[in-house]
Design a binder for this molecule. Structure first.
Ligand code: N1C
Length: 253
């Protein structure tokens, strides 16, 4: 915090962003890797090559291929946890249960979560304002990153995978979500054996909803086993009841 305050203050005085995107990235990366400064600088360099100097709606998914090769996923592949519209809850859960990994619990996801970035033609800088939003264009640096990283994250999954969905929505499984478009269709037998749907109990949907039983089921490789369990939001949130939060047969291997 002190570093940030000093950085921002100096930045204002000198009219230059001393605490910009690179500093934030490096701080997160070094924290995650327990101080691997050289490794983090290298990763940042490969990351920047995806979008620096390019028009900000002209960054395809493939621009991040070198990054994905440089930073392979290392978590045990049968501990993969996907999510859609349950971001806070799923991270509340994974922060207590080290047996599950969301993309944000991996190095790349951790470094870039909630950040905005883009480049500009003829500039070697990273900008954090005036960048296209998710809906502004398909090939924005941020959207392409999450799509590409999510695809790679799903390709890494094996054995039992899980997804946390939101039962207070009419369609917990949204066919236009990143989960539907870039993850679910990559879960293939025999590499992946089962998908656990963890449905956070809500007003609008339960495990019997056609949206899950039919739509999600049909979008999943028929050779992959499918189970769905409803869990209570407060059980999930409460550390004391963690062991009861998921039924026994639901535990991730
Ligand atoms: O579109 P979603 O959910 O189904 O995407 C979630 C899905 C997860 O399983 C993740 O593996 O896709 C991956 N993912 C992220 O990890 C991620 N972190 C932050 C996708 N999007 C991610 N974001 C941002 O959240 C991103 O900017 C996008 O706008 C949202 C998608 O969230 P969602 O609609 O709840």
């Amino acid at each position: 915090a002190v570093t940030i305050i000093v950085g921002v203050t100096l930045g204002v005085v000198l009219n230059q962003p001393l605490w910009g995107f690179r500093e934030e990235f490096m701080e997160r990366c070094e924290e995650f890797t327990e101080g691997n400064k050289t490794g983090c600088e290298q990763i940042l360099g490969v990351f920047e090559q995806a979008y620096v100097g390019k028009p900000s709606c002209d960054v395809p998914l493939s621009a991040y291929d070198p990054l994905m090769t440089t930073v392979p996923f290392t978590h045990s592949c049968n501990k993969t946890m996907f999510w859609s519209e349950t971001k806070d809850l799923v991270h509340e859960y994974t922060s207590r249960n080290k047996d599950c990994f969301t993309l944000e619990n991996t190095l790349l996801g951790y470094c870039l979560d909630d950040l905005t970035w883009c480049g500009k033609e003829g500039s070697d800088e990273t900008f954090t304002s005036g960048c296209p939003g998710w809906e502004d264009c398909v090939n924005s640096p941020v959207r392409s990153f999450w799509n590409r990283a999510s695809a790679g994250f799903a390709d890494h999954a094996c054995g039992v995978a899980s997804v946390m969905l939101n039962g207070s929505l009419e369609k917990p499984f949204d066919p236009t979500s990143v989960f539907a478009e870039f993850e679910l269709n990559r879960l293939r037998a025999p590499k992946v054996t089962r998908l656990n749907v963890i449905l956070v109990a809500g007003e609008r949907s339960d495990c019997n909803s056609p949206n899950l039983k039919t739509d999600l089921r049909n979008a999943l490789d028929s050779r992959v086993q499918y189970i769905c369990k409803e869990v209570q939001n407060d059980l999930l949130l409460c550390h004391t009841y963690r062991k009861q939060a998921l039924p026994r047969d639901f535990m991730i291997v």
